[in-house]
Ligand binder design. Sequence first.
Ligand SMILES: C[S@@+](CC[C@H](N)C(=O)[O-])C[C@H]1O[C@@H](n2cnc3c(N)ncnc32)[C@H](O)[C@@H]1O
Length: 410
Amino acid sequence: MAPRKKHSKSDSKQTRFVEDDHRQHPIHQKSNPAPQETRVTQPRALNISGDTRQSTISPGSPPGLAVNVAPTLVNCALNYVNFLIFKSPVRLFEFCDLEIMPGFLRRCCQAMLAEQWKHQLPIIQTKSPAVLAATILESALDKMTSTGNNSKLTVIDFCAGGGGPTPILERTINAARAPAGKIPLEFLMSDLYPHIDAWMASSSSSDHLSFIPQPVDATSPPIAALSTESTEVHSKNGPRSDTRVFRLFCLAFHHFNNDMAKQVLDSTMKTSDGFAILELQDRRIGCLMLMLCNFFLTLLVTVFWFKFWHEPLQILFTYVCPILPVVLTWDGIVSCLRTREFEEVMRLVQENTGPLVITTEVQDDGVHIKRCNTAEWVFEGGRRRHTFPFGYLNWVTGRKVSSKDSGSNR
Ligand SMILES: C[S@@+](CC[C@H](N)C(=O)[O-])C[C@H]1O[C@@H](n2cnc3c(N)ncnc32)[C@H](O)[C@@H]1O
């Protein structure tokens, strides 16, 4: 476990070293003008070209302060004790990644994850994680459709599992677009191990939700899943899709080791127009403790969320032979340990793009947004609490921008 340290007070004019949970990072003052929506803006650039891990959030913040918390005493105290437990992601095996994992057990696990996205737990959740995710995704997608480019946009969930939050994302986002007269977006589910039964059930209730029945590997997607605007991969007269593409990775990006993750990001930046990485977990001590409770949560909720006559295996392998609570708890803990912070995702991007600089902004509602630009892409990241006290939705979005885009669209 990484020891906690206090802030260093040794500032210099150009570059200062600030200690976070683990180590010292060079922080460069940045003189960018504040974007309009920010209240406090002391954008500090974290140069991630060196060996850095985590930026500070704002001057005077206690180390490890989570982004996106109202500045209440309770939240500050909770975040102070909720520190990163390992200084970089740790990769152990997950049962559901093993090829020898029987398909019916993998599908039971995927079904449980989809339910966990869907339901709002009493008292400790103010809304379901899927509805929370929809607010983040809606804003990212709005920026992509408000640039004057009105060509078709499809959101492709590359690791959909049992559907995850995607049916709710589709419903919520398209319902929010309708009153504003915006055209509905298409949503597609795909996976290396397609869960056809679940996808047929959820897509039958929407005209804008569908799926790719063949296995799709996120590291090398088929032509149908590539943006029509990507020039690099399409031969002149060869087949191409008819849509721009926004790639979605829900509870999935941590499944890729660094080499695969770099491949996925490289392919995403070359053949799509935007993406979102959504993780409901992180490497902080609080989340690990919550994940341990997943064993009891699974036992508690399965009987309410699944009907015996519809999903007898779910009930059987939860209560009679409790393989599912064990697998879900183990995979959940390993997922926490594998999850990357925003800076760690940007460091992978940087291997494809060259040195990047991260700035942090505090919005009116106290939400901290981290930002990072290249000539062609804008990346943003942050955290929103989904479960009291330590469950956070950690998100990273990216969108392609053209040189014509300016101001808030960049
Ligand atoms: C933890 S599940 C998440 C499922 C769903 N997105 C959710 O949030 O409930 C991770 C999913 O990633 C899929 N996956 C893993 N590696 C993949 C790859 N290389 N390409 C596509 N899907 C992959 C797995 O099959 C699994 O369904």
